[in-house]
Design a protein around this ligand. Structure first.
Ligand code: AHR
Length: 304
């Protein structure tokens, strides 16, 4: 990629969080497959390796390069005011993708395209409420995603709401999995190793599929089988690997989180190019899957 934007092409600087999950990899591929030279774009793609300061640096580089648009997947919600202000002073619209930012001045970004994470969590909790007899005690293990990220906050808030409605549901422990398989495996193992006796675990609420993969492995290695006769695992994303585990019964509920956002981001840029206006918020449609709903054709059509 050259350093100077090609004036015949629309230049887009994309500031991705990293590659912590299968979801994230699919999201990056969707962006790269959309913003090609054949489609009229010059793409500058930066992987921030899970660090907000790398995201700040990338945005400042894009400003120096005078790109036409900045696409930002913000790792956390807080801390964005100054750098977004700098982009605005440079006259570069910023499109937020996937997660949100917590800023007082909403005009610091052109639009947000992504998931309603609180709704995803509420959908999971509705499902759990419907299948749990009134008054039945549940012991719940919670594996959180990256702290202060919208995906973590929305999904965690939904669990907190449900715990508040059900005095018989108890939170066994809350562990930080950082949306990765390795971290979830490590923290669940550590937790179980610290228990003098086997603990009751009815439900594990994992905030993404990669956490579910690490958690299931750690639970099963420690004598806690996952499935209809064992621990009920709830997960988010519905990646191919997640759906395969769901078909096997090891994941009881998959709440979809759609990473294929490239075409929607392009549509937003086309609208701005034509002088149009964008809604502040664009949520994508998402489904849920239980084991009997994972079919061969669903898996065959899944690209991530
Ligand atoms: O922000 C989206 C979340 O981040 C996805 O659920 C997860 O897999 C990713 O890392």
């Amino acid at each position: 990629m050259s350093e100077e934007p090609d004036t015949d092409l629309i230049s887009v600087g994309v500031c991705q969080i990293g590659a912590e999950s299968d979801w994230r990899v699919a999201n990056s591929e969707s962006i790269k497959g959309t913003f090609t030279e054949e489609n009229g774009y010059q793409l500058y793609f930066e992987d921030a390796q899970q660090k907000q300061e790398n995201q700040f640096r990338a945005i400042r580089r894009f400003i120096q390069q005078q790109v036409d648009y900045i696409v930002l997947m913000p790792i956390t919600e807080t801390g964005w005011e100054s750098v977004l202000q700098e982009a605005r002073e440079a006259g570069i619209p910023v499109i937020l993708v996937d997660r949100m930012v917590d800023v007082e001045d909403e005009t610091l970004y052109a639009t947000h395209i992504g998931s309603d994470f609180l709704q995803e969590g509420r959908t999971a909790m509705d499902w759990l409420e419907q299948r749990t007899p009134e008054g039945k005690p549940l012991s719940i293990m919670h594996i959180r995603g990256t702290m202060d990220s919208s995906a973590q906050q929305g999904r965690s808030d939904a669990l907190e709401e449900a715990l508040g409605r059900h005095p018989d549901w108890t939170l066994l422990t809350r562990l930080d999995g950082d949306f990765t398989q390795a971290k979830a495996y490590e923290v669940v193992n550590e937790f179980l190793a610290g228990q003098p006796e086997p603990v009751p675990i009815d439900v594990v609420y994992c905030e993404n599929d990669n956490e579910a993969f690490g958690t299931i492995q750690a639970l099963e290695e420690n004598g806690y089988p996952c499935g209809p006769e064992g621990v009920t695992v709830i997960s988010f994303d519905a990646t191919t690997s997640g759906l395969e585990l769901c078909a096997q019964g090891k994941i009881a509920l998959e709440v979809e989180c759609n990473p294929l956002l490239g075409p929607l981001v392009e549509q937003a840029i086309r609208t701005l190019e034509q002088g149009g206006t964008l809604p502040r918020q664009q949520y994508v449609e998402e489904k849920t899957f239980t084991p009997s709903q994972v079919t061969e054709s669903l898996l065959a059509g899944r690209t991530y």
